[in-house]
Design a binder for this molecule. Structure first.
Ligand code: ZN
Length: 452
């Protein structure tokens, strides 16, 4: 069985288990237009259950470390999820993050909201350049190829693409404008063709870091150094300062800027894209748990001092790490389960179910037995589909309400699936078309039955 490795992981101060909270991961999905299936679901839910059902949903906010009632700024929920760095193929950890946010968006739409979803792809980055050199291919060709593979994998899992899938290399001018403003306001400084953000100048810096248990400067620096920070860079005033604009290194691609040729840092890319495509304040910012620090901590600092508005994001939602052989699944460790490999043996629905059988905030490890159980569940839902056929008008208000209670409780998909399995067994056993029709509708809210 799948082991929920530490069920309170994201709810406890990470000082209890800092290496869990803070290990690396992070990547995402996307598409803009609502699918026909989703349009059907929304219209059907309106017809069946009355006016758009504004949820009383609770979501866990990493920044406040508490469950809060979800209330968007207006009728359109603005969501940004940090995307992939395209230099390797999609593993189960990526899939967990993007399926989790796909499920959240489907549920928000089912509950009557419009959703505008933006995701980035970091197509210029140290890792992309290194991998391109190893493979002997052009960095931009590698980025295009790996981005396409990622999107294909996500399409296979019925993960809808964002409204905007923004590439870092298309965002350079906007990024430069944000960096210029931060320099002008004294939060950033120029040094030998680079621009760095000054953490000591920013007395607000680190609220997210403190929320996850990094209480002081030294603990922040230790984790930042594990995650790509170069503390000994002589161009920096302080080891924790982070790069906004990186001067061109020999042989690397570069774009012109007021500080000389170079390329943007990673953190500023996301801040710029959020503000460009969604505005100065958004409702939900998501990503893998390891992105809370330093990436999201830096995003908050840059964005709020650029716009003068806080909070940058109303909610910060982070997905738990996925483990394999007791270690976090990551490119750097090489212990990857690739989605494309799983799809050779298991159906897309079985893979989605195995992911949704774990709460989005919990770290977990997946075993083969889990995939077999999920395959059985997918087959059970197929039996319901065969039973119901075209008789899809039936309802089960009790099941519908219990499903909503589960999903409103911080997107409790494991409980929602348990309810649907139980109802599906009854529907098949009793040839109950009404219950079966409700089961079918709700499985589609979870994004199942996307692929025939
Ligand atoms: Zn990001």
């Amino acid at each position: 069985m799948c082991a929920d490795m530490d069920l309170i992981f994201l709810e406890v101060k990470p000082s209890v288990r800092p290496h869990f909270w803070l290990s690396p991961q992070g990547d995402m999905i996307g598409t803009g237009e609502r699918s026909k299936a989703s349009a059907f679901l929304s219209s059907h839910s309106l017809k069946t259950h009355g006016s758009p059902e504004r949820m009383k949903m609770k979501l866990f906010n990493t920044l406040t470390q508490s469950l809060e009632t979800f209330t968007p700024l207006d009728d359109t929920v603005r969501i940004y999820v940090c995307g992939v760095t395209p230099y390797d193929t999609t593993h189960l950890g990526h899939a967990f993050t993007y399926v989790s946010f796909d499920t959240l968006m489907r549920y928000l739409e089912y509950s009557g909201y419009k959703v505008r979803y933006v995701q980035n792809v970091t197509d210029i980055d140290d890792d992309v350049l290194r991998k391109a050199r190893e493979l002997g291919v052009a960095w931009d060709e590698l980025g295009r190829r790996e981005t396409e593979r990622f999107l294909r994998d996500m399409d296979s899992l019925n993960v809808r693409r964002p409204a905007v899938y923004a590439r870092a290399t298309d965002e350079i001018q906007n990024i430069i404008e944000v960096v210029q403003t931060l320099v002008a306001r004294g939060y950033a400084y120029v040094s030998e063709g680079c621009v760095f953000y000054s953490v000591k100048r920013d007395t607000d810096f680190g609220a997210m870091a403190r929320a996850i248990g990094l209480e002081d400067y030294q603990s922040m620096l230790t984790i930042a150094n594990e995650r790509g920070n170069f503390p000994d860079d002589p161009r920096k005033k302080d080891p924790l300062d982070f790069v906004l604009w990186q001067a061109q290194a020999p042989g690397e691609p570069a774009w012109p800027s007021p500080w000389g040729p170079g390329r943007p840092g990673w953190h500023i890319e996301c801040s710029s894209m959020v503000m460009h495509y969604l505005g100065p304040q958004i409702d939900i910012h998501g990503g893998g748990a390891d992105l809370a620090f330093p990436h999201h901590t830096c995003e908050i600092a840059q964005s709020e001092h650029y716009t003068g508005k806080a909070p940058f994001s109303r909610f910060w939602a982070h997905t738990g790490m996925v483990y394999q052989d007791g270690e976090k699944m990551s490119k750097s460790l090489g212990n990857l389960t690739l989605v494309s490999d799983l799809l050779k043996s298991y159906s897309p629905d079985a893979i989605r179910i195995v992911l949704q059988n774990h709460h989005y905030r919990h770290p977990w490890e997946c075993f083969e037995e889990d995939l077999k159980v999920a395959t059985d569940t997918a087959e059970l839902f197929q039996q319901v589909r065969a039973l119901v056929g075209n008789e899809t008008s039936g309802q089960d208000s009790m099941l519908h309400n219990r499903f909503k209670v589960a999903m409103d409780d911080d997107l409790d998909t494991p409980e929602a699936l348990r309810l649907l399995r139980e109802a599906a067994e009854k529907a098949v056993k009793n040839h109950d078309l009404a219950v079966g029709a409700e089961v079918l509708r709700l499985t589609q809210v979870l994004g199942l039955f996307g692929k025939k």
